[in-house]
Design a protein around this ligand. Structure first.
Ligand SMILES: NC(=O)c1ccc[n+]([C@@H]2O[C@H](COP(=O)([O-])OP(=O)(O)OC[C@H]3O[C@@H](n4cnc5c(N)ncnc54)[C@H](OP(=O)(O)O)[C@@H]3O)[C@@H](O)[C@H]2O)c1
Length: 309
């Protein structure tokens, strides 16, 4: 007698039907977190205020929503049906450089998640938020939101990224990546991560809630000074690369007091305390500087970073 044929495995793994709502999906972090969550098999819903966003072409279901407004958030949860959410708040953009406003916006996101019965909220905070001095106002809301989240009763985990590699190509903040030179606000040893790895870490937490619920993970992919960053780009591009300060330190101190004090924590106190080795226990192939330049693939003017033959 013929044995019944084994059932055809579903084209999509069961967990791939898990929906994740991503707040601020079109930002520098959001678009790479979208990519990582899609690759991990999640159905990704991304908030944007624009009805014509590029999210759909990326495979993300756009949810028209201003992620800083409570009513919009309630609608986004209802519309997506998502019970998992990735929460980003943004001091410089949406919160208009007000830590109080950033806190209110994050609190609304946590409250909306609670009302929607979310089973896992991943909050993007910042590494060592508790250790920066009082001048580093742009990180203050992150710590207050971590506390609010812990006390909210919403099932959650927290990601604490360090400096993004994306800062090395940031035309909006006057630091476009140009051939043959790499600039940053410090020449000294820094810890970096790719925003894509924030997304990959989020996917790991969302897929392993029993391991990660209530826990915090520092996202730190690589460590090196600016000469080592330049050497990495030189290796990837095949072009000699100079390392330069984006502005002299005295101007950094005068014009960017908040960021200057953040860099002092990196430079003087050698923070953040976590290491790439610790993060790689969770994500073994976390991107290095070389990996990041290779995957970024272009200079700010659109010219390709041609990989060395
Ligand atoms: N840079 C670093 O090294 C670093 C390190 C650790 C943590 N962080 C954190 O990363 C976060 C910044 O994320 P990001 O860089 O991805 O943000 P971003 O790129 O500045 O986000 C831009 C998006 O925000 C939305 N937006 C802008 N203004 C808005 C407003 N007034 N109301 C509502 N939405 C608005 C827009 O989306 P739509 O137009 O589509 O709605 C826009 O596409 C901050 O919390 C920062 O602390 C940064």
């Amino acid at each position: 007698m013929n044995q019944p044929l084994p059932a055809t495995p579903p084209a999509i793994a069961p967990e791939s039907t898990d929906k994740v709502l991503l707040l601020n999906a079109t930002g520098k972090v959001g678009r790479n977190v979208c990519r990582a969550l899609l690759e991990a098999g999640f159905a990704v819903y991304g908030t944007t205020r624009s009805a014509n966003s590029a999210l759909a072409s990326q495979g993300v279901t756009p949810v028209v929503c201003n992620y800083t407004l409570r009513a919009d958030l309630d609608r986004a949860f209802a519309e997506s049906g998502a019970r998992k959410v990735f929460v980003i708040t943004d001091f410089f953009g949406a919160a208009k450089k007000s830590a109080d406003l950033e806190f209110q916006q994050g609190r609304d996101a946590i409250d909306a998640a609670k009302a929607a019965g979310v089973d896992h909220l991943v909050f993007m905070s910042v590494a060592d938020a508790e250790f920066f001095d009082e001048h580093v106002t742009h990180l203050k809301a992150k710590l207050a939101l971590e506390k609010y989240l812990r006390e909210s009763g919403v099932p959650h985990s927290i990601l604490r990224p360090c400096a993004f590699f994306e800062n090395l190509d940031d035309p909006a903040n006057w630091n476009p990546l140009k051939k043959g030179v790499v600039k940053f606000l410090s020449m000294q040893d820094c810890k970096y991560c790719a925003t894509y790895d924030i997304g990959r870490a989020a996917a790991i937490q969302l897929k392993n809630p029993e391991q990660w619920m209530g826990k915090t993970l520092d996202v730190i992919g690589w460590q090196g000074d600016l000469h080592q960053v330049a050497a990495a780009l030189s290796k990837v591009s095949g072009v000699p690369v100079k390392a330069k300060l984006a502005m002299p330190i005295f101007l950094r101190r005068l014009l960017l007091k908040d960021l200057h004090h953040m860099f002092l924590y990196y430079e003087v106190q050698k923070g953040p305390r976590g290491t790439p080795q610790q993060f790689k226990k969770v994500l073994p192939n976390a991107l290095s500087a070389e990996d990041w330049f290779r995957s970024h693939g272009k200079y700010a003017n659109g010219e390709r970073i041609e990989p060395r033959a």
